[in-house]
Design a protein around this ligand. Structure first.
Ligand code: NCD
Length: 338
């Protein structure tokens, strides 16, 4: 098992199933704090350096909010233009400096491998928020945590799951990390739906196949989603294409809406997406007419992200057993609807 205290979290490769189970167990205990029923000050005085060198709404704010909810404070840099990297500073120098200011660092960067490189020079734990088209480990953890909850509600587990992954499987780092994570479980069946040019990278496909999982590939949406438990849709990762025109070739190829769902999916198929969904009319990968569908789990995913990220902070900073001790009931009115 991983020794979480002081660890960097940069790839799913570092985890075994027991590690993931432990993260989920800790995530469950974070619910009263995430729901603002209780307040904990366990990380009072601690600083998160939140370094995002690529566009982000939910991952950046989710990391920051998770840290705040544990009582810590957040310092942020968003974008190259406002950081010294634009002046030619190396990732290692930036890491050396920022780790003097922070107790933990979260980082997103457009280059594959960059977060691991940064971590190698950091004096504090580094958690990846995505490195180029490579991996997005915390997104995969929150996705799997969501899958586990959704399946539990239906009397099922992750073992034996059939999942369709749809869209840009080539550049979609969330799919790369989720495929690796699912391959720690048993009898998972992968249905990969993408244009041939955007298929899952060979190394991940080979890993999944070499472990004996059933994998099928298709470029047709409707006939491939008839008997899956989960449809996991993704956005065409335009920013990773050589040009916008090339991304435009694939945009809007796999649109899911309520009519298609009703005709082709099982009545309880769970709909997921790492978000943002591209809601422009030429893409519209998950139509807003699905918003009232109780199986649409996309906003449960984002809520769950908070729990998973709180768990990871508590684990790497070794305060899991102190969260409750430094807590009290929230003083303000907080009614939340699901
Ligand atoms: C994804 C990402 O940035 O990799 N989003 C996320 O972090 N929730 C997917 C995307 O941007 O399409």
């Amino acid at each position: 098992m991983v020794k979480f205290t002081g660890a960097h979290i940069v790839s799913i490769d570092q985890f075994q199933r027991a590690d993931v189970d432990l993260i989920f167990e800790v995530a469950d205990t974070m619910e009263p704090y995430a729901l603002r029923k209780r307040v904990t000050r366990v990380l009072e005085g601690a600083i998160l350096g939140n370094m995002f060198f690529e566009a982000s709404t939910r991952t950046r704010i989710s990391f920051g909010s998770a840290f705040n909810l544990l009582g810590g404070q957040v310092r942020e840099t968003a974008g190259f233009a406002s950081s010294a990297l634009i002046k030619g500073e190396s990732l290692q120098d930036t890491a050396r400096v920022l780790s003097g200011f922070s107790d933990v660092i979260c980082m997103r960067h457009p280059a594959a491998g960059s977060v691991a490189k940064f971590a190698s020079a950091s004096r504090v734990p580094v958690i990846s928020g995505g490195d180029g088209d490579n991996e997005h480990p915390t997104q995969a953890l929150l996705d799997l945590y969501t899958i586990r909850k959704e399946m539990k509600g239906k009397g099922r587990s992750i073992d034996g799951l059939k999942i369709a992954m749809i869209g840009d499987l080539r550049y979609g780092r969330t799919v790369h990390s989720l495929s690796k994570l699912l391959s720690l479980y048993k009898d998972v069946e992968f249905v990969l739906i993408s244009p041939h040019e955007l298929s899952l990278p060979k190394n991940i496909l080979e890993l999944v196949r070499s472990l004996g999982f059933k994998v099928s590939c298709s470029d047709h949406l409707t006939e491939s989603i008839v008997d899956v438990d989960i449809v996991y849709s993704t956005r065409i990762q335009e920013e990773r294409f050589p040009s916008k025109q090339q991304a435009d070739l694939y945009r809007g190829r796999f649109r899911l809406n309520q009519a298609i769902y009703t005709e082709f999916c099982q009545p309880n198929t769970v709909i997921m997406h790492p978000l943002p969904r591209d809601s422009r009319s030429d893409a519209n990968e998950l139509d807003s007419d699905l918003d009232d569908n109780p199986n649409l789990a996309i906003f449960r995913q984002t809520d769950n992200g908070l729990l998973v990220r709180m768990a990871l902070f508590a684990m790497v900073l070794d305060v899991v057993n102190k969260v409750e001790q430094y807590s009290y009931a929230a003083r303000w009115y907080k009614e939340r609807q699901n």
